[in-house]
Design a protein around this ligand. Structure first.
Ligand code: HEC
Length: 126
């Protein structure tokens, strides 16, 4: 009994501490659009966002400007995994799921869907 009281008060303390943190961080939490839906149309901002992610996650294989390296050129008109560069869903799927044995899947913990859409807009802009 004594033990569970201690545990209970620890939990109550924990909850009120996090509530306090929430209240004080309320204004800041409204700032970054973490829960906002992905912008599903291309724009210079989305392309720039994709280019930034590309530099860190993809350039090692596909080249700094997607011109190719260990992995295929993504800036030319030759596509192996999708019918054409207009196939947003197809490019999105390749990035998210990867190509078994050839390219690692980038979905899940690696990149968010929002980042993968931005990458797709970047590739389509090349
Ligand atoms: C470990 C190396 C590696 C990394 C990292 C990598 N790729 Fe790839 N990628 C490949 C290879 C290899 C292929 C060719 C697969 C095949 O032969 O079908 C490929 C294919 C592709 C294709 C299809 C090309 C086509 O012609 O249809 C796209 C799109 C693509 N990658 C985008 C990306 C993006 C965007 C990233 C970063 C998020 C990325 N890749 C990271 C190795 C990589």
């Amino acid at each position: 009994m004594k033990l569970s009281r201690t545990v209970l008060s620890a939990v109550v303390l924990g909850v009120s501490a996090s509530l306090g943190a929430c209240a004080s961080g309320g204004a800041a939490a409204a700032g970054p659009a973490t829960g906002a839906p992905a912008a599903m149309t291309s724009s210079p901002e989305r392309v720039a966002e994709g280019q930034t992610v590309f530099a860190s996650a993809c350039a090692g294989c596909h080249g700094a400007n997607a011109q190719g390296g260990r992995a295929p050129n993504l800036a030319d008109a030759t596509w192996v995994g999708v019918a054409s560069k207009d196939d947003h869903a197809g490019i999105f799927r390749i990035i998210k799921e990867g190509v078994p044995g050839r390219m690692p899947a980038m979905g899940g913990r690696q990149l968010t869907d929002d980042q993968i859409h931005a990458l797709t807009f970047y590739i389509q802009s090349l």
